[in-house]
Design a protein around this ligand. Structure first.
Ligand code: 13P
Length: 326
C-alpha cells in the first residue's frame, strides 16, 4: 500500500474493457484490433520514467494475459519498472432488473478463483467499479444497496486472497443535476457503502477508495469553480469516509486533464495537508487522452505519445501536492 502512493505518486487506470478501448480507438481513427490494443498498452507500460509519478497501474484481463512484442508479459514490464500491477476484476454492468435506468455490476461468480489466478500473474491489487446515475427518480434505494453490497462482497474476496481492493462507486457526470444534488447522492452512496463494508468485516485499513469528484451534471449548464468543486468534494468525503481508510484515489470520469488536475489541486491547497487520508489520483482518461490522440495508432508517434503521458502523470502528481498550475 505504501509503495503505491509513496513520493506523491498516484495510479494509472489503463483497464478499459475491450468495448471501451475500441470505442476510444474508433473516435481517434485507430483500427480496433487485438494487436493495436496490445501496441497501445505496450506504449503505456514502456513509457520512460513512468514510475516517477505512478505507483501502480490497473490492467484489464486481456492486457495482463498479453506480452509485449519482445515477448515480456505486460505485468512483468511494469514490475521491472518499479510499478505495481493491478487488475480490473468486475465484468461490467447490466441493467438492474425491475429498476429502469439503473445498472448493476457483475462478476462475483468465480471471482475467488479468478483472484487466485491474477495473483499468480502478478496482480497485487484489484478494482471493481459500480455505476450510479443521477436522474429522474434515480438512484433508488435498491439500486444503491445492490451495488454497494456487490462492492462489499468483492472487497471481502480480495482481502481473503491478500489482494488490496480498490472500491469504486462511480456517480456518473452525465445528467442535468446540480453540484448540490451530486454531493447528496455521493454522500448517501458512500455512507451505505461503508455500512456494507462494515457488515462484510472488511479491514478498512486495507482498502483504497476510488470515488468521483462532486460536480454538477455535464448537461446542467451549471458552472462551478475548482474551489467550489474541491470544497463540496472534501466536505462530502469528510462526512462519509472513515479516517481508517488509508487512501482516496479519484477517477477522472470524463473530465479534461486540466480540470481533473485543477480540482485535485484545489482540494490540497484548501486543506493544507489536513486530510485524514492520502488524497491522490487514479485517472484513466485524464492521464491517457493526450497520448492516445498523439499516437494515432502509428509507430512514428510513440515517443511523442509517451512524452505526453509522462507530462500528464507529472501534472497530476503536482496537483496531489497542491502545486499544479493551469
Ligand atoms: P477515468 O479516470 O477515465 O474515469 O477512468 C478511471 C477508471 O478506472 C474508471 O473505472
Amino acid at each position: 500500500m505504501q509503495q503505491l502512493f509513496a513520493n506523491n505518486k498516484g495510479l494509472l487506470a489503463m483497464d478499459e474493457s475491450t468495448g471501451t478501448c475500441n470505442r476510444r480507438f474508433a473516435a481517434a481513427g485507430i483500427p480496433q484490433t487485438l494487436l493495436m490494443r496490445r501496441d497501445y498498452r505496450e506504449l503505456i507500460v514502456t513509457t520512460p520514467r513512468l514510475k516517477e509519478y505512478i505507483g501502480g497501474a490497473i490492467l484489464y484481463d486481456e492486457t495482463i494475459r498479453q506480452q509485449t512484442k519482445a515477448g515480456v508479459p505486460m505485468a512483468e514490464v511494469l514490475m521491472n519498472a518499479g510499478i505495481i500491477p493491478g487488475i480490473k476484476v468486475d465484468l461490467g454492468t447490466k441493467p438492474l432488473a425491475g429498476f429502469p435506468n439503473e445498472m448493476i455490476t457483475e462478476g462475483l461468480d468465480g471471482l475467488r478463483e479468478r483472484l487466485a489466478e491474477y495473483k499468480i500473474m502478478g496482480a497485487r491489487f484489484a478494482k471493481w467499479r459500480a455505476v450510479i446515475s443521477i436522474g429522474d427518480n434515480v438512484p433508488t434505494s435498491m439500486g444503491i444497496e445492490a451495488n454497494v453490497h456487490a462492492l462489499a462482497r468483492y472487497a471481502a474476496l480480495c482481502q481473503e486472497a491478500d489482494i488490496v481492493p480498490i472500491v469504486e462507486p462511480e456517480i456518473l457526470m452525465s445528467g442535468n443535476h446540480s453540484l448540490r444534488r451530486c454531493e447528496e447522492v455521493t454522500e448517501m452512496v458512500l455512507k451505505r457503502l461503508f455500512y456494507q463494508l462494515y457488515r462484510s468485516r472488511i479491514d478498512l485499513e486495507g482498502i483504497i477508495l476510488k470515488p468521483n469528484m462532486v460536480m454538477a451534471g455535464a448537461e446542467s449548464g451549471e458552472q462551478n469553480t475548482s474551489e467550489e468543486i474541491a470544497e463540496a468534494t472534501v466536505r462530502c468525503l469528510l462526512n462519509s469516509v472513515p479516517a481508517a481508510v488509508p487512501a482516496i484515489a479519484f477517477l477522472s470520469g470524463g473530465q479534461s486533464p486540466m480540470d481533473a488536475d485543477a480540482h485535485l489541486n484545489a482540494m490540497h491547497t484548501q486543506s493544507k495537508g489536513h486530510l485524514p487520508w492520502v488524497v491522490t489520483f487514479s485517472f484513466g482518461r485524464a492521464l491517457q487522452q493526450p497520448a492516445l490522440a498523439a499516437w494515432k495508432g502509428n509507430t512514428v508517434n510513440i515517443k511523442k505519445a509517451q512524452r505526453l503521458l509522462y507530462e500528464q502523470t507529472k501534472a497530476a502528481a503536482a496537483a496531489r501536492l497542491g502545486d499544479f498550475h493551469r
